[in-house]
Structure formats: C-alpha cells, structure tokens
Design a protein around this ligand. Structure first.
Ligand SMILES: [Zn+2]
Ligand SMILES: [Zn+2]
Length: 229
C-alpha cells in the first residue's frame, strides 16, 4: 500500500510504517432486526446514550473489542491499569488498535481542558476539538477492507450521539434516526443521509421517526406534503 511507504519515500529511506489496522466492531452481538426498544419505545439505538437498554446494544461491538484487548494485555476492567492502558492506546499511532478501542479508551479518560469525555466535552473546548479530529485519522488512512463505509457511518453516528452539544441539531437528529439501521448492518448511503437530513430540516422528524425502512426515511422529503394534498 502506498500509505506504508509515504513517510520515508521522499528521503530515499524505505520506512515501513504499515500498522496492523485491526478492524473494529466485527465482534459483539448486533440486533438482527430494526425493532422498538422495550425501555424507551423508540427504534433500538435512538435512545442512545440516555436509554440504558439502547446504550447496552449500541456499545456491544465497542465493548467486545475493548474486552478482547484487556484480555490480551491481562488487565482487569475497572482497574487503574485499565486507565493506563487507555492512555497508551490513545498515544499509539492510528492503526495500532481497532478504532473501537480508541473510542472506548477516550471514554475512560478525562479531557485536560474541560473535564469531559475527551473529544465529546464542552462545545468550545479546543482540546476536545483536537481529540475529535485526531480520532478520524484511522478512518481516513485505513484500507476499505479494514473499515467499510457502514462501519464508518456507525462510528460517526455514535460519536455524534455521545456529544450532541458539539453538533448542529439537524445533524444529531439525522444520525439518531439512522442509527437503528446502521446497528443491524443495513446500508445507509450518504445520499440517504442527505435525504433524511433534508426531511429533518423540513420539520418532519416526527414523521421520520414513525418509519421503519431506511429507504422511506431517505425519500420522505420527496413525497408530497400531506397538508397540500
Ligand atoms: Zn431505548
Ligand atoms: Zn475538552
């Protein structure tokens, strides 16, 4: 891969910086169908992270990868060593660990500036902005086999829902609507995301929330307004 050689190539040195890029979110049970959450009543995932039942389901693929890392490193969950491991994961170059482990490690640390979850804290915190920008290096440098567009979309959705105060309201609403489909591995293209956002901007969130097929959500803005018919 060109990426592997880019660093040293201009100096004539062949520095192999190819990192393993272990894929993320390929373990942990996912729901097999888009269904309402028995706790909050919305389609499972939309209550994230406030609804604990939604959070349990959404976080599974992240937690599975983190527990695997803990096991490999012989570190106990909840220990001080776990916090140290989180710091080491965050200090490592992108591609060293699965992206899910980067996200989980962030949750175990505190932002030095605002005290929130790094990358998800105060909307005006510059340290959080830098941390959030850095996490996407994984997505931008990985091969498609290591991260599919669906996995990138799921990661983005969950990052947005964890820090709604850092995003515009229609963006948050759009990803909230999409997350149940992403969880079951359904394809949500960026064209569909744009379609959903257009309907959100048209004030149709309630109508969108009542639909359970992503193609319907994406095309709602194109269907005639009921009040005009
Ligand atoms: Zn729920
Ligand atoms: Zn911060």
């Amino acid at each position: 891969m060109p990426r592997a050689e880019s660093c040293g190539a201009q100096y004539g040195a062949r520095v192999d910086v190819r990192l393993p890029y272990p894929p993320g979110a390929r373990s942990g049970d996912r729901p097999t169908a888009v269904e309402p959450c028995s706790t909050c009543g919305e389609l499972t995932g939309r209550g994230y992270p406030a609804c604990l039942a939604c959070a349990e389901v959404v976080d599974r693929p992240w937690l599975a990868d983190w527990l695997e890392l803990l096991s490999a490193e012989r570190v106990s969950a909840g220990s001080e060593e776990e916090r140290s491991l989180a710091a080491r994961v965050l200090a490592a170059p992108a591609g060293t660990h699965p992206w899910t482990c980067t996200d989980w490690a962030l949750r175990l640390r505190r932002c030095v500036e605002c005290g929130g979850e790094p990358g998800a804290g105060d909307p005006v915190c510059l340290a959080c902005a830098a941390t959030d920008a850095a996490r996407w290096e994984w997505d931008h440098t990985a091969d498609p086999a290591e991260m599919t567009p669906d996995e990138h979309a799921l990661r983005l959705a969950v990052v947005v829902l964890r820090a709604p105060q850092r995003r515009r309201v229609p963006v948050v609403a759009t990803w909230r609507l999409a997350v149940p489909f992403l969880l079951v591995g359904e394809r949500v293209t960026f064209a569909q995301v744009r379609g959903i956002r257009a309907a959100v901007l048209a004030g149709r969130y309630a109508d969108l929330a009542g639909l359970d097929r992503v193609v319907e959500l994406a095309n709602l803005r194109l269907t005639p307004w009921r009040r005009h018919s």
